[in-house]
Design a protein around this ligand. Structure first.
Ligand SMILES: O=C(O)CCC(=O)C(=O)O
Length: 280
C-alpha cells in the first residue's frame, strides 16, 4: 500500500492523485453494495431507469447522497478544493467478472465543458479494486499538462461515452495501480491521465465515482447544469441546485435525471461524429 511522504494536498499537487484514504469500514461498504445492487436489480429490465441508477446516482439514490456527504469523504476533498463544495454528478463504474470492459487513457475534463479545472473525482471502492479486477491506473504528474488531444473510438468495450482516448504517447511503464480495499477511496485531478484494464476476476468490481467541483466552476456551454451543494455555500449560482434524494427513484428526481441525460448528451457529445450508446 503506498504511503504518503508529504501532506495530502502536497501529494495531490505533485502527483495529481492521492490514495488510499479510508472513508468507511469494509462492512459498511459491503452494506452499501447490497443496497445498490438491489436497486440495480429492481431496474435491470428498464434501459432508461437502469442508465439513471448507474449514471445519475447522485440525483436519485439516497444511499449515494449519504456517501457523498460523509465527513470522511468531504474532509480530504475540502483540503484540495476548499470549504465550498458541489457534487456535479456521481455514477457507478461497474466491471462484471471476466468481461472485456475497460477504460482507455483519458483526462476527465476533456469533454465536460467547464471554464476551469477546480474539480476532484472521488472513487469510492465498494469492492476491492486490484490489477486483477481492473483498478484505475494513474500516470503520476500528468495532471500538470493541459488537456491533450483525444480521439473518439466508440469501442463497444470501452466504458467511456465516446471511447475517447488520449492521442499523444502515454508511457504505461510509469503507471501506478490505484489498489483499494472496500471502503477506501482515491482522489484524482480532472487533467490526470488515467485508465483501467478489464476485470479478469470472479467478482464484480464496483466503484462509486463522485465528481466534486468548486462553485466558481462554470459551463462554457452557457447551460446551468445540475449539482448538489454538499458543503459550505454557493456564492456563484452557476449550477441549478437540487435537493437531496430522500426516496429511491422518486418521480421528480427521475425527471431531473432525464433532463440531466439530455444536458450531458448535448455537452458531452459536442463535436462527436457518432453519439454512441452509453452515458457513463
Ligand atoms: O472506474 C474506472 O475504471 C475508471 C473511472 C474513471 O475514469 C474516472 O473515475 O474518471
Amino acid at each position: 500500500m503506498p504511503l504518503r511522504d508529504v501532506p495530502l494536498r502536497a501529494a495531490y499537487e505533485r502527483d495529481g492523485y492521492v490514495f488510499p484514504l479510508e472513508v468507511m469500514t469494509p462492512a459498511r461498504a459491503a452494506a452499501h453494495r447490497t443496497i445498490l445492487e438491489s436497486v440495480e436489480a429492481a431496474h435491470a429490465e428498464d434501459a432508461v431507469a437502469s442508465k439513471i441508477v448507474k449514471g445519475f446516482a447522485s440525483i436519485v439514490l439516497p444511499v449515494v447522497d449519504e456517501i457523498m456527504r460523509l465527513p470522511s469523504v468531504l474532509g480530504p476533498v475540502k483540503e484540495i478544493l476548499g470549504d465550498d463544495l458541489l457534487v456535479m454528478g456521481a455514477n457507478l463504474f461497474i466491471k462484471e467478472p471476466a468481461t472485456p470492459a475497460f477504460v482507455s487513457w483519458h483526462q476527465d475534463l476533456t469533454y465536460w465543458g467547464y471554464d476551469d479545472a477546480l474539480e476532484v473525482t472521488a472513487w469510492v471502492a465498494l469492492t476491492t479494486a486490484t490489477p486483477d479486477n481492473g483498478c484505475m491506473r494513474f500516470i503520476p504528474g500528468s495532471h500538470q499538462r493541459e488537456i491533450v488531444g483525444h480521439r473518439d473510438t466508440f469501442d463497444e468495450s470501452n466504458l467511456l461515452s465516446r471511447g475517447q482516448q488520449i492521442s499523444v504517447e502515454v508511457n504505461e511503464a510509469e503507471a501506478v495501480d490505484a489498489t483499494l480495499r472496500p471502503g477506501e477511496m482515491s482522489l484524482h485531478h480532472g487533467h490526470l491521465f488515467h485508465a483501467s484494464n478489464p476485470n479478469t476476476s470472479a467478482d464484480r468490481r464496483i466503484g462509486l465515482v463522485i465528481r466534486y467541483v468548486a462553485p466558481s466552476m462554470k459551463q462554457v456551454s452557457g447551460q446551468a447544469t445540475f449539482a448538489h451543494l454538499v458543503a459550505g455555500e454557493d456564492r456563484f449560482g452557476h449550477f441549478e441546485l437540487l435537493h437531496p434524494a430522500t426516496e429511491v427513484m422518486a418521480h421528480g428526481d427521475v425527471e431531473n435525471a432525464r433532463r440531466a441525460i439530455a444536458q450531458q448528451e448535448q455537452i458531452g457529445y459536442a463535436g462527436a461524429a457518432d453519439r454512441g450508446k452509453r452515458i457513463t
